[in-house]
Write a protein that binds this ligand. Structure first.
Ligand code: HAX
Length: 442
């Protein structure tokens, strides 16, 4: 057993006592209520999921296991000469709540390398897609094709104690996470850079460094990858991708089914696909401007034109956040240090100056501030990943760390099959007294 798995098991045993006590002794305690708007309006804010991997405060932003993003980036061990930490260390933190030592990360790096061999049939599945397919559809299918590798399924069929579910889920999850960057890079090269051929992983490199190598990118793209995967890893449990992964896994579908489903949820323009939408939208403005940086007035006009066409401003607003997303800020600081003169960065910066006031003036969006997606495409574009359809694949690789950590813990704590209750519109009307009022009028 690896050190991470030993430590995880210790934590699981301690934590099981807390969950059991809560359910047994306080199971009937009311912690929230549901309004009509919440039932119709996407269940915003209803406290009905439990996770210890991350927590999203509306004003402070995300914390992973109690650490803010700047703290995570500062405290996790880093490769020599790198600004960004090992992504492997993030997995350790998400699973155990502890910052790993250099030695623990080193062990995990080796473990990941041993798990990253991708069966040949996955390349065949990817190659079978037409080259104008969306990379997210290809990624989802590639992950799905790996389902036959599931240890959980084999053990479940043979008969396994519920107390052991977490163990084979950990094996499946870690195997999948180690393979995801290779699958992503293969999709990238197949669709956009066939001349790169099928690159084999470099055994001397960590996950982020090897991903950059397989994408055919020089430094500092290794740091870009580490930053990108880390900041996208988790955003508590209620967002579409995390929730979908959790929901599907709650039926004891294995992590391949669950991860493919979470990828499908992330592929929507109101969620992960927003990062490509930002780029598409900014390119539209750039074309309109003939390449020159727009004045503040020109920028305002473009934003208002978009709103007046009934469209949203991509990269702005959030279902939970009520301030600038710290994931936006981390990337902004990276841009200020590494690409301050980049044209697109200037566009994004100019937008930051005008959009919040406009959204406030329009008075609809509850959060006028930028989210993670407003900034992430710019960084990728600068380093030559200009095929913005691909950005959500990068997001998916990062998000799989959080979703899979959650699923391991769901299994460890015996979280139940998810099954909320629905009502009909007739019932809602009756509950609020509409039918009665109508009858009285008549
Ligand atoms: N531009 C224009 N209008 C916006 C807006 C924006 N950026 N954000 C919200 N609004 C509008 C909503 O469309 C809604 O309008 P209607 O009443 O006409 O339906 C109204 O303001 C209230 O919405 P809200 O309560 O503030 O926001 P929601 O919780 O319903 O939705 C979204 C949150 C992120 C989906 C929303 O802000 C949005 O569409 N933003 C643009 C797309 C985007 O950037 N998505 C990525 C979010 C981060 C993420 O998940 N990344 O993966």
């Amino acid at each position: 057993m690896s050190t991470l798995k030993d430590k995880l098991y210790e934590k699981i045993q301690e934590h099981r006592l807390r969950t059991t006590k809560l359910v047994k002794e306080y199971g009937d305690k009311v912690i929230d209520q549901v309004t009509v708007s919440q039932a119709i309006g996407g269940m915003r804010g209803i406290k009905s999921l439990v996770t210890d991997i991350s927590y999203l405060d509306p004003f402070e932003g995300i914390r992973y296991r109690g650490f803010t993003l700047p703290e995570v980036l500062e405290k996790l061990p880093k490769p020599e000469g790198a600004d960004m930490p090992y992504v492997e260390g993030l997995y350790f933190l998400l699973l155990t709540g502890e910052i790993p030592t250099e030695i623990e990360v080193e062990e995990l790096k080796v473990d990941f390398k041993n798990r990253r061999i991708v069966p040949h049939y996955v390349w065949d599945v990817i190659d079978a897609f037409p080259s104008n397919s969306h990379p997210m559809a290809i990624l989802s299918a590639a992950v799905m094709s790996l389902e036959r590798e599931s240890h959980f399924n084999v053990k479940y069929r043979k008969g396994m104690s519920k107390m052991d579910y977490w163990d084979s889920t950990y094996e499946d999850a870690t195997n999948l996470i180690a393979k995801m960057p290779l699958i992503g890079a293969y999709i990238y090269n197949k669709l956009y850079h066939p001349e790169n051929g099928h690159r084999y992983p470099d055994p001397n490199l960590d996950l982020g460094g090897n991903f950059a190598y397989m994408m055919g990118k020089d430094k500092p793209y290794d740091d870009v990858s580490r930053m990108y995967f880390i900041i996208h890893a988790d955003h508590e449990s209620g967002n579409v991708s995390a929730h979908t992964g959790h929901l599907v896994a709650s039926s004891l579908s294995d992590v391949y089914y669950a991860t493919s489903a979470m990828i499908n949820g992330l592929a929507g323009p109101l969620h992960g696909l927003a990062n490509q939408e930002v780029l598409r939208w900014l390119q539209g403005l750039k074309d309109q401007m003939g390449g020159k940086i727009p004045s503040e007035e020109e920028m305002k006009k473009y934003v208002w034109d978009t709103l007046n066409k009934g469209q949203v401003i991509p990269g702005y607003g959030h279902a939970v956040l009520r301030k600038t997303d710290p994931r936006y800020t981390v990337q902004r600081e990276f841009c200020l240090k590494n690409l301050p003169d980049d044209d697109l960065f200037k566009y994004v910066d100019a937008l930051y100056k005008v959009v919040p006031d406009i959204l406030r003036e329009q008075g609809k969006a509850k959060n006028p501030w930028p989210n993670v997606d407003a900034q992430s495409g710019v960084v990728q574009w600068h380093y030559g990943v200009t095929q913005y359809d691909f950005y959500t694949v990068l997001f998916s690789i990062g998000r799989s760390f959080g979703v899979l950590s959650n699923i391991i813990w769901d299994r460890a704590l015996g979280y139940a099959l998810e099954r909320p209750k629905s009502v009909t519109t007739d019932m809602l009307e009756e509950m609020v007294g509409i039918k009665k009022e109508m009858a009285e009028i008549e």
